[in-house]
Design a protein around this ligand. Structure first.
Ligand code: HEC
Length: 133
């Protein structure tokens, strides 16, 4: 698949850069491959694109990565934690708007008071799709 090849070669390029800097290229490449496979499946889900667009437009990605921990938990870890929880969309949307700390550690998430509830829910639905990343 074209897209997979593209992402794969990006990961190879990233590993080479890391290698040059003495980083661990093997684990980086493995993580990139694993996430590429899952993307091919879930990107067709109706909740995927609307949420991804909103997350990309906001500041979320400065603190969250899909498959690796950043300042905040990875979206994959969030999705696994709330997998099968009925109230997850409502709860996470509320947390995205209000911010707060204590669930993943003491670092707080900044609040997003200007975000509409419906948009925060779309973000939550997208994040909850990422459990296999
Ligand atoms: C300044 C860094 C930062 C930004 C920006 C940020 N987050 Fe977070 N996020 C965090 C931290 C830190 C946590 C862990 C909070 C905790 O432990 O309760 C978190 C937790 C979460 C959780 C899990 C909440 C829980 O209670 O389990 C979700 C979902 C989330 N963020 C989504 C988002 C979305 C969507 C955006 C963009 C609108 C965003 N975050 C922007 C740092 C950030």
């Amino acid at each position: 698949m074209k897209r997979m090849k593209y992402i794969y070669s990006l990961s190879v390029a990233a590993s080479l850069v890391l290698l040059a800097c003495g980083g661990n290229s093997a684990s980086t490449e493995k993580a990139a491959e694993a996430s590429t496979e899952a993307v091919a499946d879930i990107s067709q889900h109706p909740d995927y694109k609307p949420g991804l667009n909103l997350v990309s437009k906001s500041d979320c990605l400065t603190c969250h990565l899909v498959a690796e921990k950043g300042v905040g938990p990875s979206y994959a870890d969030v999705a696994r934690k709330y997998d099968g929880v009925d109230t997850a969309v409502t709860y996470l949307a509320g947390k995205i708007i209000a911010g707060g700390s204590g669930v993943w550690g003491s670092v707080p998430m900044t609040p997003h008071p200007d975000l509409a509830k419906e948009d925060a829910e779309k973000m939550a639905r997208y994040i909850l799709l990422l459990k296999n990343e």
